[in-house]
Design a protein around this ligand. Structure first.
Ligand SMILES: *Cc1c(COP(=O)(O)O)cnc(C)c1O
Length: 353
């Protein structure tokens, strides 16, 4: 047997997640991964690298619990929110038997994680305004153990109606977990469902330090849920999921000062988003700019593939969403610095003549 044939069938058939980094590009304006545009400096306070780290570093957990308004027992820290997505499948889905469900167009890792573990994934396309199609979800829930709902949704930028989330939580009670992926919640904090965990033991909330906290390179994310769910995830997580430097920096980022600094960054990004949206609406090749509660905006553009390629060749790297259902002609633009906005605006103006 060839090495290829030795591999599991679902792994042979797997298309890996096309992360912004993997797609490459030689740019000087990187607006394709929803990162914060500038680096925040941190130093290490611990010199104990000869020792294994704590599995769930207490300072990180305590700080995040305080920030999220939950008990430490309701918080799990992992190698990014992506690891949280994966742990939930590993702990709750029997390969070849159970399924997960999500609503495209949305984040790509739900399907990739399910495929990697040989777990079926089902999709129910979002309806008008990319809100949940609850009757269609109800019809497909048989055998589903985890429903992923990204809110605000990546890449469309809108919050999912809270009443629909309540209806979904009622519909899944005793049958499946509902996972609210809140990777961008700092840009619309009033929309968080973390406060609902007390009422719904099957609600899980995913968070990350990669976006508003400006720490995508740190690889640190959080799962918030009832103590029961967290205890189950603790059984399947790696013994040392975070390195000591990661825990050290995460604890600093989540200090009172760190939270204040994060809120200032959010205000800066929201100002810049308003500026960019205003400018884009005046550019002829821009057909539609969708409202956003996040640090990115979705735009529909005439001849979007050619425009995407042209900007790519000029070193302006955006995210092409053209192949996602209902997003033909759409590009996603991360909000960056004012200089980066001006580069995008000038390049798109030039495409319009
Ligand atoms: C960026 C992102 C994540 C991943 O966050 P990490 O903590 O960097 O793994 C998860 N979900 C959504 C919707 C994201 O956009």
């Amino acid at each position: 047997m060839s090495i290829e044939e030795l591999a599991r069938e679902n792994v042979r058939n797997l298309t890996p997640y096309q992360s912004a980094r993997r797609l490459g590009g030689k740019g000087d304006v990187w607006l394709n991964a929803n990162e914060f545009p500038t680096a925040v400096p941190f130093g290490l306070t611990q010199q104990t690298l000869n020792r294994y780290p704590e599995c769930q570093p207490k300072a990180v957990i305590d700080n995040y619990a305080r920030y999220a308004g939950l008990k430490p027992e309701q918080v799990l820290v992992s190698r990014g929110a992506d690891e949280g997505i994966e742990l939930l499948i590993r702990a709750f889905c029997e390969p070849g038997k159970d399924a997960i469900l999500f609503c495209p167009p949305t984040y790509g890792m739900y399907s990739v994680s399910a495929e990697t573990f040989g777990v079926e994934y089902r999709t129910v396309q979002a309806k008008e305004g990319w809100q949940l199609d609850l009757p269609a979800i109800a019809e497909k829930l048989d055998g589903v153990k985890v429903v992923y709902v990204c809110s605000p949704n990546n890449p469309t930028g809108q919050v999912i109606n809270p009443q629909d989330m309540r209806d979904l939580l009622e519909m899944t009670r005793g049958k499946a977990l509902v996972v609210a992926d809140e990777a961008y919640i700092e840009f619309c904090p009033q929309a968080t469902l973390a406060g609902w965990i007390a009422d719904y033991p099957h609600l899980v909330v995913l968070r990350t330090l990669s976006k508003a906290f400006a720490l995508a390179g740190l690889r640190c994310g959080f799962t918030l849920a009832s103590e029961e769910v967290i205890a189950l995830l603790m059984k399947v997580i790696a013994p040392y999921p975070l390195s000591t430097p990661v825990a050290d920096i995460a604890a600093q980022a989540l200090s009172q000062d760190g939270i204040v600094a994060m809120r200032q960054r959010v205000a800066q990004i929201i100002d810049e988003r308003q500026y960019l949206i205003g400018q884009l609406r005046d550019i002829p090749c821009v057909e539609q700019v969708f409202d956003s509660e996040t640090n990115y905006i979705l735009v529909r553009i005439t001849a979007s593939s050619a425009v995407f390629k042209s900007l790519w060749d000029q070193g302006i790297i955006l995210r092409d969403q053209n192949r996602q259902p209902t997003l033909s002609g759409c590009l996603r633009i991360t909000i960056g610095t004012r200089d980066e906005s001006l580069r995008v605006i000038d390049a798109l103006r030039a495409e319009s003549v």
